[in-house]
Design a protein around this ligand. Structure first.
Ligand code: BJW
Length: 232
C-alpha cells in the first residue's frame, strides 16, 4: 500500500460524461484553431471570438454529470489513509461534483473569470463579453475566462511539484501527454522513486515512461484500479 498518492487527470476522464477531448479525431482542436482561442495572442486579436468559444463551452457542460471514474477517485481520496492530491488539467467541475476536495485545477476553471485589470478571480456562470464588468474593481471590458492558455504558467505548480517529490504512487488518467508541464510530471514522480501507472484509452505520448499501464475506457479501468488499491 502506498503512503502518498498523486493523480493527474485529463480530458479522457470526462469523455464518457459527454465532454469532448481535445486531440481525439473528433476533439475540440479538430474543429477550432487553438491559436485563435487558447493563446493570449488570440485573445488580444479577437476577444469577442474567444468569449464566444468559452460561452459555448461553459453552456455545453451544464447538462453533464460526473461518471464512475470521477466517483472512484472521490472514493479513493475518502478511504485512503495517506497523503493524497488530485491534479486535473480539466476546466470542468466534474471532480468536485463527484466529491473530490484535495484537488488542483492546474489549467483553471470554466466557471471562473479573471480580471485583466485587477487580477481578481470570481465565480462566473453567465455569458462573458467585452461589456462584462469586474465585480472586484468595476472595470468594464477586462474580463477573461480563468483558464490557462498556451504560453501561460499553470496554477499551483509549487504545490504540485512538492507533492510529486513526496509521492510513492503517481497515476496519470485520460491524458494524451502532449501538453507540458503536466506531461513531465511522470518523470518528476519517477525521479522521486514513485511507482507510475498510466490509465488511458490508448498508450499516451509518454507511455513508455510509466512502470505499468492499463488501456480502456476510464469508467471501467479507474474504478477497478481503485478497488484493487484499497483492497490491497
Ligand atoms: C480516454 C477516453 C476514455 C479518450 N477513457 N481515456 C515544446 C516542447 C515542450 C513544451 C512546449 C513546447 N512548445 C510550447 C510548449 C509549452 C506548452 C506545450 O506543452 N505545448 C505542447 C503542445 C508542445 N505548454 C504551455 O504553454 C503551458 N504553460 C507552460 O508551459 O508555461 C511555462 C512554464 C512551465 C513550467 C513552469 C513554469 C512555466 C500551458 C498549457 C495550457 C494548456 N491549455 C489547454 C486549454 C485550457 C483551457 C480550455 O479548456 O480551453 O488545456 S490546451 C488543452 O490541452 C487543455 C488540456 O488541459 C490540455 C491537455 O489535454 P488532455 O487533457 O491531455 O486532452 P487530450 O485530448 O490531448 O487527450 C485525451 C486523452 O484521453 C487521449 O489520450 C485519449 O486517448 C484519452 N481518452 N477517451 C480514458 N473514455
Amino acid at each position: 500500500m502506498p503512503s502518498a498518492i498523486v493523480i493527474l487527470t485529463g480530458a479522457g476522464i470526462s469523455a464518457e460524461s459527454g465532454i469532448a477531448t481535445f486531440r481525439d479525431p473528433d476533439g475540440i482542436w479538430s474543429k477550432v484553431d487553438y491559436r485563435e482561442v487558447a493563446t493570449p495572442q488570440g485573445f488580444a486579436a479577437n476577444p469577442a471570438r474567444v468569449h464566444q468559444f468559452y460561452n459555448w463551452r461553459r453552456n455545453n457542460v451544464r447538462g453533464f454529470e460526473p461518471n464512475a471514474a470521477h466517483a472512484a477517485l472521490a472514493r479513493l481520496e475518502r478511504d485512503f489513509a495517506g497523503e493524497f492530491l488530485l491534479v486535473t488539467q480539466n476546466v470542468d467541475s466534474l471532480h468536485e461534483r463527484a466529491g473530490s476536495q484535495r484537488l488542483i485545477h492546474m489549467h483553471g476553471q470554466h466557471d471562473k473569470a479573471l480580471c485583466n485589470a485587477c487580477g481578481g478571480r470570481t465565480i462566473w456562470h453567465d455569458e462573458m463579453s467585452l461589456a462584462s464588468r469586474c465585480p472586484c474593481c468595476e472595470e468594464v471590458g477586462q474580463m477573461r475566462p480563468d483558464v490557462v492558455w498556451f504560453g501561460e504558467t499553470p496554477y499551483e505548480l509549487d504545490r504540485i511539484q512538492a507533492a510529486l517529490r513526496g509521492c510513492d504512487l503517481f497515476v496519470s488518467i485520460g491524458t494524451s501527454g502532449n501538453v507540458y508541464p503536466a506531461a513531465g510530471f511522470v518523470r518528476e514522480a519517477r525521479a522521486a522513486g514513485a511507482r507510475t501507472v498510466e490509465l488511458n484509452l490508448e498508450p499516451s505520448q509518454g507511455a513508455d515512461l510509466f512502470h505499468e499501464a492499463e488501456h480502456g475506457p476510464a469508467t471501467g479501468i479507474v474504478p477497478a484500479f481503485v478497488e484493487r488499491l484499497l483492497g490491497a
